[in-house]
Design a protein around this ligand. Structure first.
Ligand code: FAD
Length: 317
């Protein structure tokens, strides 16, 4: 069976859920070969990758990969396209993932498709665009298809395989080492799930009215074990940290459930949440464009509706 190269998304030994989704998608195309850049690959991580069907793990944890962001990784992907000749390369649609994929596409002269939500057995990718109103099917016609896949688009399923680990040693070019990591600081993680990976996202916008208004959003999120998101209007106003912004210039989310509170539904916001499976809207303006995306909508003041919803959910637990 032909190899499919999957770039693992991980923080040290902690594997992001999207990696398992990518391996699941890769199984539909061939035999998943996982590229692990950097440290953290231990027995537990290898076993987890194997349980989803990885048949080989290529470990590249040289100092170059650790000390220089993105570019050395892109060189390794490009060189593996050359040596491994995979039928496709699958990468997460994260900031780093998309940058590595784009650089690897330029280096190897291969076509790239970003933000796929589905991949067919012949590597035809499906994208959902313009607020989910248009579905695009496209296929790379030049070289090895490099496809970035949105987290939460593909349901990960286990399929145990026996895995072999091979080390990849590759000297990075001088140009790949022009940017160095100078410091690393750990972002304090709360109890809530990571925004881009969360199964449920509860977001607030300008309608929340201020930083203190986000307490009602957080309470609803916590009742659902959800992540909190925000529109750019809310993050630019300093009501909620920028790392929680959803949209074109923020995070892309694709949860099972997205609850938009006091958000009008500008195209730039939709770009980051349009592939959510179910969308619930709470907005006092019945003409707000976000209602076009809604599966369920409540026309009302969020400060009345959201606490009632939280109370009802909590009482049913
Ligand atoms: P508004 O558009 O002001 O909407 C507020 C909504 O709240 C209204 O619909 C109102 O009816 C409702 N409301 C008010 N009070 C209540 C209440 N008490 N109860 C219920 N409803 C209430 N935006 C993003 O979100 N993410 C991005 O990544 C992003 N990137 C951008 C990139 C560019 C290049 C540009 C130009 C813009 C970008 N924007 C982005 C901004 C975007 O265009 C909108 O300005 C922004 O999304 C609006 O945020 P909002 O919906 O919270 O605010």
């Amino acid at each position: 069976m032909a190899d499919v190269l999957v770039l693992a998304e991980h923080h040290e030994s902690e594997i992001r859920k999207v990696t398992f989704e990518l391996i699941t998608a890769a199984r539909g195309l061939g035999s998943p070969v996982v590229l692990w850049l950097g440290p953290g690959l231990g027995d537990t991580a290898s076993a987890a990758l194997a349980s989803f069907g990885a048949t080989k793990i290529l470990l590249a944890d040289s100092a170059d990969v650790i000390d220089h962001p993105v570019a050395p990784g892109a060189e390794i992907v490009a060189s593996l396209i050359e040596s491994l000749k995979p039928v496709a390369v699958l990468v997460a649609s994260s900031a780093d993932g998309k940058e590595i994929a784009a650089r690897a596409a330029i280096k190897s002269g291969c076509g790239i498709i970003t933000d796929a939500v589905e991949i067919a057995a012949d590597a035809t990718a499906t994208q959902s665009v313009f607020g989910g109103s248009t579905i695009v099917h496209s296929k790379v016609t030049h070289g090895t298809p490099i496809i970035t896949v949105r987290p939460n688009s593909i349901a990960a399923s286990e399929s145990a395989a026996s895995v072999v680990i091979e080390e990849v040693s590759m000297e990075s070019s001088e140009s790949a080492k022009r940017v160095s990591v100078t410091t690393r600081s750990v972002v304090e993680k709360g109890a809530r799930p990571e925004l881009a990976e969360a199964d449920i996202v509860v977001s607030g916008g300008r309608g929340v009215g201020g930083a203190e208004g986000f307490t009602v959003i957080e309470a609803l999120a916590d009742s659902l074990s959800a992540a909190v998101g925000a529109s750019r209007a809310a993050t630019d106003a300093g009501w909620y940290p920028h790392q929680f912004q959803v949209g074109q210039t923020g995070k892309t989310v694709s949860p099972s459930l997205y609850i938009a509170n006091g958000i009008s539904g500008a195209i730039q916001h939709r770009a980051g949440m349009q592939t959510s499976k179910v969308v619930i809207v709470v907005n006092k303006d019945p003409e707000a464009p976000i209602f076009e995306l809604a599966d369920y909508g409540v026309v009302g003041d969020l400060f009345t509706v959201v606490p009632q919803l939280t109370e009802e959910i909590t009482s049913r637990k």
